[in-house]
Design a protein around this ligand. Sequence first.
Ligand code: NAD
Length: 495
Amino acid sequence: MIPAFNARSNDFASYIAADNVIGGRVVKPSGSETHDVVNPRHGKAMSTVTFGTAVDVDTAVKNAEKAFADWSTWPIRERAQILYKARDIMLRDVEELAWLVSHENGKSYGEAKAEVLKGIECLEYGCSLPNLAANESLEVSRGVTCEMRYEPMGVVAGVTPFNFPFMVPLWMLPQALVGGNAFILKPSEVVPLSALKIAAIFQEAGLPDGILNIVQGGQEVVEALCDHPDIKAFGFVGSTRVAKLVYGRASTSGKRALALGGAKNHLIVVPDADVELTTENVVASFSGCAGQRCMAASVLIAVGEVDHIIDAVAAKTQKMVLGEHMGPVITQAAVERITRYIDEAEKGGATVLVDGRGAAGPTDGYWVGPTLLDHVTPDMPAGCEEIFGPVLSIVRVDTLEQAFSIENGNPYGNAAAIYTTSGHVAKVAMERTSAGMCGVNIGVPVPREPFGFGGWNDSKFGHGNITGWDGFRFWTRPRKVTSKWALQKDWNWMA
Ligand code: NAD
């Protein structure tokens, strides 16, 4: 369907135009708006994306409906077989996929490969669904049996962000496809290429044409997906501002909707924390993927006398080499936004312990160095807003009670973590923090499969989680079948 991406290093490489995939064919989006797909490491266009329109959404829905009629009749085990094959192809092509993600998103090759492997892990969960979805059945009274079936919704849609171009689509596709739906995916216009590769892999694996469609674009396409009367469920992952908008819009049009939003994740460090473990983990948690993770650490709440740990974190951060330990951020606008947050914090009285402003990387792309801000207050923008860059804001408090109050007071609720050697302190923190995904001595507590991914508060709109069993429940609807049969007098007719 599309050619292989041949780059195997950070050297600049161009790739095909990012078009739509509808009905198993690559087709030009119908809009006139085009955007460069810029490799953030080099600040240079590696491809072009043409935006689709509401017309493309409607064409995709029609193709999907046609394909759904047959696909939805396949036994779930046969649908899962496609995922097994897709997994084999992804493992065969893991180098290509990792380099593609690295080029379009900017994350390092190692981070990109980890993303691809995590995406494959999500697919493996999908492979296990036929076993997990075995029907529950009970004789509820004499001769009467009640049975639960998970049936497809029909045509469903997903919209994904720029920061995990391969993995986030795979948060949705395994459950939705094994559940028997036909899918329309709108990837981020900033990173539209990995989604094309996913579509090509599923096609090679034998997924019938029309079951996975890609429509490129921006707001118009997303709104058309929210509004289309024949799309039955809508999944979204992105910023809180947009998550709130699309959750409302898709729900108003009668769809089942789940929208994951942004985050401001707090790490609480207490004096008895293990210095080495905490230092390593804190630095990796705020600087991994250049801080562009919805699970990235953003605020460190230093409880009491923990200067020895902050000094070690600062020393380790200072030694980081751009291009080696951390990749670029996604755009020049991101560089400016992140720099503005640091400037404002400094003006507001914060101390810049490690300053990433103006840092030069090894290439001409969009670089910001890892940054540590001390004496930030929770009401400063750097203390309460999502920066989405490699910046850690340190807030000083005297007691754990104050730490919980700051963490609880933030509107988001994706992740929270505590660093301690005390089981009791860890237990209390896991009871008192207000986040859907919590860590003990782990700053990026991503629940691995089969545990579902999803935050609380302003980090998620809708019920349930996007991955795991909740994901399967989201993309399917339960049918309860209650049966009673007249007694067969001649019931030995098989003999
Ligand atoms: P974004 O919200 O700007 O874009 C996400 C998607 O929404 C894209 O496909 C984009 O085209 C579309 N979109 C943008 N503006 C829109 C509008 N006005 N109307 C309709 N659609 C619109 O997010 P991003 O910058 O691509 O990604 C970063 C954000 O995603 C961060 O806030 C991060 O925390 C969040 N994120 C959250 C999770 C999670 O699981 N909670 C995971 C990854 C990323």
